[in-house]
Ligand binder design. Sequence first.
Ligand SMILES: *Cc1c(COP(=O)(O)O)cnc(C)c1O
Length: 464
Amino acid sequence: MDLDHAPTRRALAVAGAIDQGLVTTDQRPVAGLLDVRSIREAARALRAAFAEQAAPRQHILHTFAVKAGSLVPVLRLLAEEGLGCEAASPGELALARAAGVRPEHTVLDSPAKTRAELREALALGIALNADNAQELARLDTLVASAPTRSPLGLRVNPQIGGGAIGAMSTATDTSKFGFPLRDPGARAAVVRAFVDRPWLTRLHAHVGSQGCPLELMAQGVRETYELAEEINRAVGAPRVDTLDLGGGLPVNFGSDEVTPTFQEYARLLARTVPGLFDGRYALVTEFGRSLLAKAGLVLARVEYVKSAGGRPIALTHAGAQLAVRTVFAPGSWPLRVAPYGPDGEAKSGPATAWDVAGPCCFAGDLVATGHPLPALDEGDYVGLLDTGAYYFSTPFGYNSLPRPGVYGFTVEQHGGRSEVRFATVREPQGLDSIVAESGGAARDALLHRPAPDGPDPEDPAPRP
Ligand SMILES: *Cc1c(COP(=O)(O)O)cnc(C)c1O
């Protein structure tokens, strides 16, 4: 048994999760599973890929984009592997802090930071990138009123075009993110902003994500680098000392192969922007999906099977509440669906085209349509593969379906036997928690006359 092989570990984890009761017939019909070793290996591959290109002593901070896996133990694990956090909201910043990520390893990038958020980040010494001219004006006021250790930068949009998925393309002409560089007069204004502000020392660009070719991402980095060079010539000193390269390495959702690799991307960057690695600039990266996707899967029970219009349908417990993008944009986000028997053994047999449906009450709640699968039965399981990022960590509250438990697994060999151990990353949500977050404590808030001590409308019998 080759435990170095991620699919082998996954197969053992699926059987182990069923055997150890993490998914059960009634209470827990779905769970998220994360391969701890895969996460560590991805983090190490990222660090090694950039270290291979970097100049001696060049400072590189790899941050993890929290939105891709907003779970405190995951952030903590990545921190142990030397990664910081890229936060894009007060909640994400709170998660990074709860994970013990140090302020100097944290970057704040949200597009709509309030004054209070800006003030807090500056007080903590967290790096932040201003998105637009109004935010920069707020920083002017805040920096003048209190000294800060925060490294400050501007997010720019090189406007070099998009990739295959519009919603994931952040460098189009009209993208909502950053200072557009190709609008009339915009580039000169950005250069001027740096000349006028000695405390502005960073440039940030995040060109896009899934669906973007690596060449486009590398071109975005080149444009950002060239702008830094232009600013530093205009200032007459190395004012811009750090380049924040964003994230966005696409993930292969079609097989177990990891393509493209961090190494391919780092090598492409070195070829496209040689000056990036000559040691004059410190670097920050912000990868999300590519660090986590292949380490996770959703394991869901098949509650029923049926057929409609000649199409076999499996009604499972994994739908839009866990696979939002796949359900609403199936063309852009297809997933592999792995079939398992009731004991977690991989199922095989002649394949036919199945629809794999979720538990939500709308017709489009399908995680796969016409997917080749062997005959499924009530009591089987399906695994949605490569869902470690942006799936169970980014649930959708539709139909008041509870958030599933998330468990990290490790597999060890003892004698000839392999043993799967699970650690709870997030408990499955209980129904009382759903009631509480749905205004359960404010039951009478909309009544004409709130009467906390009055008779219960459900219990009209007069009390003795
Ligand atoms: C979402 C995001 C990332 C991470 O993107 P991935 O495609 O998950 O790697 C990095 N930086 C910023 C600013 C982002 O918004």
